[in-house]
Design a protein around this ligand. Structure first.
Ligand code: SF4
Length: 231
C-alpha cells in the first residue's frame, strides 16, 4: 500500500531520509513490478557481449544484431578465434565497433584461457575481463547469475538518482557507493532495472513526464515538469 505524502519536502533527519527511500522503493515496485534487463541473451556470456555492445547504443539495436552474431560465433572460443577487425564489421551498426570488437575478443580470450569458458561469478574476477567495468559486471552478475554485487550505474541511474536526491555525486563509483548505503542489498538487482526503466519511460533527460510518475509527491527535483504539492 502506497503512503505518498508521508515525507513532505526535504527530509531533515536520517530516519526521514530512510523513510523517504522506502517510499521511493514502494513507488518503483508499484510502477515496475517485474522489470528485467532488456538485452536478449541465453547465457551469461551472451549477456556480457550484449552489454559491451550496448555502450552508446540502444538495446533495440543490440537485440537486432546479437541473434545473427551468436549464430555466427556460438561460443566464447569462436569469438576468441576471430580477428577484432573482422568482428568489427559484424557489429558495425552498434557504433564504436573497433573498440567494442577489441573488448569482446579480449573478453573471449580471457574467459576461455582463465575461466574455462565460463563468465566468472565474482566482481573481482569479472573486472579482469576486457570490456567489463563495474557497470557491465553488475549487469552480468545481477541478471545472469542473480548475484547482488552492487548497483548498476549507467546514464539513467545517474540522472534519476540525482533527481531523487539519492546521491549528489556524479562519479559512477561514488554514486554506486551512496546507493549501496541506502538501498537494501536484497533490492539492488531489481532497483537497478527499475531505475533504468524509469529513466527511459518517464524520468527522461529532457522534460521528464512527472505527471505520470507515482513518486512525484516525494520528488523535489529542480527540473520537475509538474507538481501535485505546490500551492
Ligand atoms: S517526479 Fe519527475 S523528476 Fe521526479 S522522479 Fe518522477 S519523473 Fe523523475
Amino acid at each position: 500500500m502506497l503512503r505518498y505524502g508521508l515525507i513532505k519536502g526535504r527530509p531533515k533527519t536520517a530516519a526521514d531520509r530512510q523513510a523517504r527511500v522506502t517510499e521511493i522503493l514502494r513507488g518503483l515496485d508499484k510502477m515496475y513490478p517485474d522489470v528485467t534487463c532488456a538485452l536478449t541473451h541465453r547465457n551469461p556470456w551472451e549477456l556480457l557481449v550484449a552489454t559491451i555492445l550496448s555502450a552508446q547504443c540502444t538495446d533495440k539495436r543490440v537485440n537486432e544484431v546479437t541473434p545473427g552474431l551468436f549464430k555466427k560465433y556460438p561460443t566464447p572460443t569462436d569469438f576468441a578465434a576471430v580477428k577484432p577487425e573482422v568482428l568489427a564489421q559484424d557489429i558495425r551498426s552498434t557504433g564504436f565497433f573497433n573498440n567494442k570488437s577489441k573488448s569482446i575478443v579480449g573478453a573471449a580470450k580471457r574467459v576461455t584461457t582463465e575461466f574455462g569458458g565460463e563468465v566468472p561469478r565474482t566482481m573481482d574476477e569479472l573486472l579482469t575481463v576486457p570490456g567489463a567495468a563495474r557497470k557491465t559486471a553488475n549487469v552480468v552478475l545481477g541478471t545472469a547469475y542473480g548475484i547482488a554485487a552492487g548497483v548498476v550505474v549507467d546514464t539513467h541511474v545517474t540522472r534519476v538518482s540525482r533527481r531523487l536526491d539519492l546521491t549528489k555525486q556524479s562519479d559512477p563509483v561514488k554514486i554506486e557507493r551512496d546507493l549501496q548505503k541506502i538501498i537494501p542489498e536484497k533490492k539492488w538487482i531489481l532497483f537497478s532495472h527499475q531505475i533504468i526503466h524509469h529513466g527511459r519511460a518517464l524520468c527522461v533527460a529532457r522534460n521528464p513526464k512527472c505527471v505520470a510518475c507515482l513518486i512525484e509527491p516525494i520528488c523535489y527535483a529542480k527540473d520537475k515538469t509538474w507538481s501535485s504539492t505546490e500551492k
